[in-house]
Design a binder for this molecule. Sequence first.
Ligand SMILES: *Cc1c(COP(=O)(O)O)cnc(C)c1O
Length: 379
Amino acid sequence: MKFGTKALHAGVEPDPATGAIMTPIYQTSTYIQASPGDHKGYEYSRTQNPTRHALEKNIAALENGKHGLCFGSGLAAIDTIIKLLSPGDEVISANDLYGGTYRIFTKVFEGLGIKFHFIGMEDINNIENYINDKTRMIWLETPTNPMMNIIDIKGAAAIAKKHNVLLAVDNTFSTPYLQNPLDLGADIVMHSVTKYLGGHSDVVMGAVVVNDDAIHQQLAFLQNSCGGVPGPQDSFLVLRGIKTLHLRMQRHCENGKKVAEYLVNHPKVDKVYWPGLKSHPNHHLAKEQMRDFGGMISFNLKEDTKEAAVKILEKFYYFSLAESLGGVESLCGHPSTMTHAAIPREERLRVGLTDSLIRLSVGIEDAEDLIADLEQALK
Ligand SMILES: *Cc1c(COP(=O)(O)O)cnc(C)c1O
């Protein structure tokens, strides 16, 4: 099955009871048993729910993985992955990360005895400098948020294999339409389903996909034991959203290209961060490991102050000022005061996240309208 066909059909079968073509919302907490232990594979909805199960199979198929698990949010998925580790274990993490990921690593798991090294991974060999006998996992996002750096997944996977540690990739920005980390050698891929997979800004959810049976068993045990599962209604909405993932992504990529090219030539704009630009330092790597370049763009201003950025953000008409990304409508944000406020300023500046940096999630509107909006706001 090719991608678009999988998006529609993988994991989804007509309802055996009625023939309903859409997976029903099994809004139930429990399932009757004919006799103790004699059930149809479903006992209790924290453990298994048919609507969630269809979605888990669907997302696994999109990532070319064997096993999928869904969670109540992207962070609940990350929480479960890190619970594979024990006190004393160490994680080598990319330093350019979603702010909430940085927060759960430093404010929750460091307190429970897990150590994180936050390092630049643009040069993948830097990872080896931090590997020791306590290292258990390498964690990265690519493209990174919000700086849109590209990290070499194949290279990181080779280092992970060599040292027998797990490689986990947050694939939220790329989506499985643009990039499949498991195919590039990663052990674990996670998503904030809230973003492109859901795609309509109406659900908060997370997902994890793996190939290895033993890792899947541990994650499923944690999913059931800790209980951070999504409900059937949200699972239905995401199944519905994913049916157009490939079409939405095509338009996000087309619009992303037009917006990035417009910004590059604007006199008030300093740097534009979008991996599809030939001037992007990792453009070649992006071309190798991604199928296209997506609709996430960051840029900063020649007048590099928070005030200058805020003035523009308040003027946008179609780019709504809001947290989040990946929905059909265009959004804009100011990472240093919004999504990345939890990261200390010195650390932000070190990765280029300056006070005027603006992040765009380019939606699927008509590009001409989006560019007209940028034009009037930048004026
Ligand atoms: C939003 C996001 C998360 C967290 O997901 P939630 O669904 O908000 O809990 C993690 N990683 C990235 C890259 C994100 O954009």
